[in-house]
Write a protein that binds this ligand. Structure first.
Ligand code: CTP
Length: 434
């Protein structure tokens, strides 16, 4: 980063329509007699020349009243959260904007959400997680673009360091332990020495245990949604934080290999099946727990309050995957229909994990075999039988559970290429069941 960035350089990094909107909001703040600031990640990212479209605004004065003014002027939708003195606006073009009121926070207990009281912008910045996230940019017309950097966030951006603002920061909000790792990994920054010590101290206590399930889940999945979760996981391990997912989560060499193989599995999958949408963070969680017992995995799912779908994936990640993998990569032929049956209950996430496991086993021949099976399987998934239950009825078969069996057998025969047309299907049914 350049040493001196002028106000104009910084503002030019904003897209034109955003810049005009911010100017207009600054004028509106003058009208309303309040001071208006852009704060948090967006200011940090402007300084780092990174794109960030989350416009977080904070008002020194009455944030909700200002949000009402903006909503009226722009015919924007408005949701007000009185308890936090914040509001969310949705503009007619879909743009969302959060407006807060500058505040100080007090924490009745560690790890719970704070109570808030109005305060100055300096105090508001002081309650934040790291100096790099505690820079504000004023938007009022006379001061437009003025940076307020009371805690020397720009110095830390230049030095590429993550620094807390005060010693109680991780105690106040243990999610900051994960946030520190997230920013450290994302920007390739380092924890400043005292911050590293405070973090290690906080991580060695049971503070994180007091976090609610949804908050912990959010932090873990956000971390795994970053560009390089493999390094983030290594960092979690180094800081002995994996125990907060489950104290018996086993991070063996084998697990490490699987986790490390996930990016390769993703890139192969994305090349082969570009339209497939994968919940990437969950795959990392699956890889991480792939050698843990079903009991440990179930407890981890409960701790993180995973959704039903996420839970289904994570619990399939262990035994079932290994069984399928063994069958698919052992010597001896497996018919396409058998591959289909082995994999049909697996989501794409589970299939990527399966692949990652084989990548990690470093057995080239078996890996190529598995890839061939996967390609064939995805193609075969589109195959349907021509006959339906109604046709079976018309052929004189009595409705009942056997329909499922017959249609299943027809599908398998189709997948194996034994029958190709509707006439073949009819003949097949005639020969076996009528
Ligand atoms: N913040 C904080 N402590 C937290 C969470 C948030 O102090 N536990 C403050 C920081 O100033 C942060 C801002 O709230 O910049 C907005 O939070 P969030 O949107 O979560 O973070 P960003 O910094 O915007 O990060 P990202 O780029 O990941 O969205």
């Amino acid at each position: 980063m350049k040493h001196r960035i002028t106000q104009n350089d910084l503002l030019r990094r904003l897209p034109q329509e955003r810049l005009s909107l911010l100017r207009e909001l600054g004028n509106l703040a003058d009208e309303g007699g309040v001071a208006l600031y852009l704060v948090g990640g967006v200011v940090r990212d402007l300084l780092l020349k990174r794109e960030n479209w989350d416009l977080d605004l904070t008002v020194e004065g009455d944030g909700i009243a200002f949000a009402r003014l903006v909503a009226d002027r722009y015919r924007a939708g408005l949701a007000v959260f009185e308890r936090f003195a914040t509001a969310r606006l949705e503009f007619p073009d879909g743009l969302k904007l959060d407006i807060a009121t500058t505040r100080r926070e007090s924490y009745a207990q560690p790890a719970v959400l704070p109570t808030v009281q109005p305060a100055s912008i300096e105090e508001d910045l002081y309650r934040r997680d790291f100096t790099i996230n505690a820079i504000a940019m004023q938007l009022n017309s006379g001061q437009f673009g003025r940076l307020l950097d009371v805690y020397r966030g720009r110095r830390d951006l230049r030095a590429r360091t993550i620094r807390v603002l005060h010693a109680g920061s991780f105690q106040d909000d243990p999610t900051r332990i994960f946030r520190a790792i997230r920013f450290e990994q994302r920007f390739g920054f380092r924890l400043e020495r005292t911050t590293a010590r405070l973090l290690a101290q906080a991580a060695s206590t049971n503070l994180i245990q007091q976090l609610s399930g949804p908050r912990l889940q959010n932090e873990i999945l956000l971390l795994f949604a970053e560009h390089d979760p493999v390094r983030a996981i290594a960092r979690l391990r180094q800081l002995k934080l994996l125990r907060f997912l489950h104290r018996c989560l086993c991070y063996t060499t084998k697990v490490k290999r699987v986790v490390t193989a996930v990016p390769k599995a993703f890139s192969w999958w994305a090349r082969r099946f570009p339209d497939s949408v994968i919940d990437r963070p969950i795959v990392y969680l699956m890889a991480l727990s792939s050698e843990s017992s079903a009991v440990v995995v179930a407890a981890m799912i409960r701790r993180l309050v995973l959704s039903r779908e996420q839970a289904k994936n994570v619990s399939a990640g262990g035994r079932w995957v290994d069984r399928a993998l063994k069958r698919l990569t052992n010597k001896g032929t497996v018919r396409p229909s058998q591959v289909y049956r082995l994999l049909e209950d697996f989501s794409s996430e589970v299939l990527v994990l399966l692949l990652a496991k084989q990548v990690s086993a470093q057995h080239g021949v078996r890996l190529s075999l598995l890839k061939r099976h996967l390609v064939a399987y995805v193609k075969n998934k589109a195959i349907k039988t021509a006959l339906t239950g109604r046709d079976l009825q018309a052929m004189g078969l009595r409705p009942g559970p056997q329909y499922k069996i017959i249609l299943g057998k027809l599908l398998e025969a189709r997948i194996d290429g034994m029958i190709k047309t509707e006439a073949d299907e009819r003949a097949f049914v005639q020969n076996h069941w009528v």
